[in-house]
Design a protein around this ligand. Structure first.
Ligand code: ADP
Ligand code: MG
Length: 635
């Protein structure tokens, strides 16, 4: 049998495992259900890849995001490992072929979205596969206590019955104690399961929080001072471009990135960043997942994230190479207020949900008591517009209806078609004059999507067809023509935007919503927001200590690097007792090694604590050194 080190070298080119990869692999090979809690970048993928490559059979990996699956498949294929992914954008025939090949042992890894697990076509084939391991990536998604709860993740336990002996490996970078318990419970971990956890402490990161009204100049100042590569996170897509332009004007090599750009643009931008051609990236949270750049010197947040889980994950992309790096968060009072407002919107009142449900039925033309398991093309913008509903409200209501298992949205609904003009107003006018047939469409685009000259706008082909009095096919044809002639960039949606009803349409009064559960979800979200607010607003505790204790890690010592530790130290240094003790200790250690115990004042508890504090300070500042006999000497 090939050893795990052979596999590591042969497929991945590494010489050593990181802790605790080896222990996790061992546990999986012993057939135990295993939970791996490793920070982002800790190397979770190897924990399922290595044991799978050592054994016969296929490893099924459940993963929440198509982008994540594609990325993993890409990397495995490059290493000549047979891997495939099955997700909602593929045709029935494509899926059928992939599953066929899994059954006959062609693939070593199969990545599936959790939604797939409950489909008959998957289950029938899965039963026939020779499975060696079920890996659950981003396993916090099983938990309603997690920030990213995905109800279909609960289906994972259901498929275990078909391969009861196969171990499950759950991987996550963010699990508070409540989430950990939930993972064990919801994935039906068998007795004797094992949990491995790597400390979340990042001792080369300096965490800083600043209340700041004029964020841009302050941002510029920090970037100029720190120099090097960095990531700047903002909340919305248009802002990524604004900030990048501001920085460019100030001679910073910056670029912007968000999920609305085409795949080609995104990978181009990502490469330029990785190669330090454009070392500063301004982006939404769509950037960063699966990226591993060692020399990121700073991660700056211009907006406050919804929870500490996401914040720590994003900030943690700084300083992978172990060198001192900065995680800075800017905020204003209104940012904090908006956070609460957003959360309220995320959980609309029951009446609103019912109204959206009912309007949807009418929009799709489904009669009451029919429509079960039917899939319809669905254009969210057009729907909102037709029923005069606010689009954010529609989105949030549909999300809840999806969680309640009434319907399912395809990725295309959330990622509709986008467009942006490539030419200025004058050139556009000339084009219109020369190509009169395109005038109605161009006018409709300009009229409907305000910022489309400067920013990517989500466009609805259906809506445009109505406004321009064209048929939808003609709109698509014209958009493609404009794209080809470089008048605009048109990115059609990732897949057909569809909505699938999972039950027959009900009369509004029969629509059952688990309000208790919705209320509980809301509460979880509120608690997470509170933790985030506390992190931002408090001014006494070390930020690293605060974060780690949120993730259930006790006994973390203050980092000495965050804004709060530095402030505490400054105060301490101003303290006369402190300077007195410092002077005394430096004198005593000036000539020879001297035991720490002999340096502390006897019978004075309070004073001893102060001296210990000063000794820690002197060590941190490298003014004294300690040997392994606990003796100190001045440097
Ligand atoms: P995670 O999923 O925990 O965020 P990944 O599995 O994506 O982390 O791994 C992060 C990076 O670390 C990858 O580039 C991977 O190749 C690298 N890596 C993982 N294990 C090792 C190892 N033992 N030695 C060197 N590099 C490793
Ligand atoms: Mg990962």
């Amino acid at each position: 049998m090939t050893t795990r080190h052979d596999i590591l070298k042969k497929y991945f080119g590494f010489d050593e495992f990181r802790t605790p990869q080896l222990e996790i692999i061992q546990s999986v090979l012993e057939g135990k259900d295993t939970m791996a809690l490793l920070p982002t970048g800790g190397g979770k993928s190897l924990c399922f890849q290595v044991p799978a490559l050592m054994q016969e059979g296929i490893c099924v990996v459940v993963s929440p995001l198509i982008a994540l699956m594609k990325d993993q498949v890409f990397h495995l294929k490059r290493r000549e490992v047979k891997a495939a992914a099955v997700f909602s954008g593929l045709t029935y025939h494509e899926i059928d072929m992939i599953l066929d090949n899994c059954q006959f042992g062609y693939y070593k890894f199969l990545f599936v979205s959790p939604e797939r697990l409950k489909t008959d076509i998957f289950i029938e084939r899965f039963k026939q596969m020779n499975v060696c391991l079920i890996a659950v990536d981003e396993a916090h998604c099983v938990s309603q206590w997690g920030y990213d709860f995905r109800p279909p993740y609960l289906e994972i336990a259901e498929i275990r019955q078909f391969h009861p002996k196969v171990p499950v490996l759950a991987l996550t970078a963010s699990a508070t104690p409540a989430v950990q318990e939930d993972i064990v419970d919801k994935l039906k971990f068998r007795k004797g399961y094992a949990v491995f956890k790597k400390s979340f402490i990042r001792d080369n990161l300096s965490f800083v929080v600043r209340k700041e009204e004029a964020k841009y100049p302050k941002l510029l100042e920090i970037i100029q001072k720190l120099n090097g590569s960095g990531i700047i996170y903002v909340r919305n897509r248009n802002k990524t471009k604004d900030v990048a332009e501001y920085l460019q004007k100030n001679k910073i090599k910056a670029d912007f990135y968000h999920a609305g750009l085409s795949t080609r643009e995104r990978s181009l931008k990502q490469d330029n960043w990785l190669q330090n051609k454009k070392p500063v990236m301004v982006c939404t949270n769509a950037f960063g997942m699966g990226i591993d750049k060692p020399d990121v010197r700073f991660v700056i947040h211009l907006d406050v994230p919804e929870n500490l889980e996401s914040y720590y994950q994003e900030a943690g992309r700084a300083g992978r190479d172990g060198r001192l790096s900065y995680a800075v968060l800017f905020y204003t009072q209104s940012d904090l207020d908006n956070l609460g407002e957003k959360l309220k919107q995320k959980f609309p009142p029951v009446e609103a949900i019912k109204k959206v449900y009912n309007s949807l039925g009418n929009y799709l033309g489904v009669a009451v008591e029919s429509g079960n398991r039917m899939t319809y093309p669905f254009d969210m913008a057009h729907f909102s517009h037709s029923f005069k509903l606010e689009s954010a409200l529609v989105y949030n209501c549909l999300k809840i209806l999806e969680q309640e298992n009434y319907l399912q949205l395809s990725e295309g609904v959330l990622m509709p078609s986008r467009a942006i003009f490539r030419v200025d107003k004058l050139a556009l006018y000339r084009f219109e004059v020369a190509n009169a047939a395109y005038a109605p469409l161009i006018k409709s685009l300009l009229r409907t999507y305000g910022g489309i000259i400067d920013h990517y706008a989500k466009v609805s082909e259906k809506e445009l067809a109505k406004l321009a009095k064209l048929d939808e096919k003609e709109v698509v044809k014209q958009l493609k023509h404009l794209h080809k002639n470089k008048v605009l960039t048109y990115i059609p949606s990732s897949d057909q935007p569809t909505i699938t009803l999972l039950t027959e349409r009900m009369h509004e009064s029969n629509l059952y919503l688990n309000t208790q559960y919705i209320r509980q979800r809301k509460k979880v979200n509120e608690e997470q927001m509170e933790a985030m607010l506390n992190y931002v607003e408090q001014s006494t505790d070390c930020r690293q200590v605060l974060i780690c204790s949120y993730f259930g890690e006790k006994k973390v010592v203050p980092c000495g690097k965050c804004d709060i530790c530095l402030e505490n130290r400054r105060k301490l240094e101003q303290d006369t007792n402190f300077s007195q003790a410092k002077k005394e200790l430096l004198e005593k250690t000036d000539n020879d090694w001297i035991k720490v115990d002999d340096l502390l004042p006897q019978n004075a508890h309070f004073a001893a604590a102060l001296y210990k504090e000063v000794i820690r300070f002197l060590l941190d500042e490298k003014l004294v050194v300690m040997n392994d006999q606990n003796e100190l000497k001045r440097v």
